[in-house]
Design a protein around this ligand. Sequence first.
Ligand SMILES: Cc1cc2nc3c(=O)[nH]c(=O)nc-3n(C[C@H](O)[C@H](O)[C@H](O)COP(=O)(O)OP(=O)(O)OC[C@H]3O[C@@H](n4cnc5c(N)ncnc54)[C@H](O)[C@@H]3O)c2cc1C
Length: 78
Amino acid sequence: MATSTYHVLIVGGGFAGLWAARALATADVRITLVDRQNHHLFQPPLYQLATAGLSAPDIAAPLRHILRRQRNVERTGF
Ligand SMILES: Cc1cc2nc3c(=O)[nH]c(=O)nc-3n(C[C@H](O)[C@H](O)[C@H](O)COP(=O)(O)OP(=O)(O)OC[C@H]3O[C@@H](n4cnc5c(N)ncnc54)[C@H](O)[C@@H]3O)c2cc1C
């Protein structure tokens, strides 16, 4: 965990939140990412889930897994 005094709070691990966290990967900040879900949902292929062309794990990945190598992020809410 970074020791910076700057603490960035990101609410939502969707496209915006996740990409914001990734963009700050090398910044001297401490990031807390909060989401009510424990996974990131890649929404564009949702219709393929509805038509059984894909299964849920194909379009959703645990946020913890996606950010596992990013040391300045703390995940809460999941
Ligand atoms: C079926 C479908 C197909 C799409 N196809 C395309 C496409 O082809 N191209 C394109 O550019 N866009 C597409 N979009 C739109 C695109 O997915 C959205 O514009 C994008 O996901 C918005 O990103 P976001 O980060 O604002 O919100 P989201 O990606 O929806 O993320 C919001 C996050 O906030 C979390 N959250 C919400 N409320 C709370 C709360 N109260 N507390 C904690 N966490 C909370 C949610 O769990 C979620 O993880 C599509 C959308 C859908 C539904």
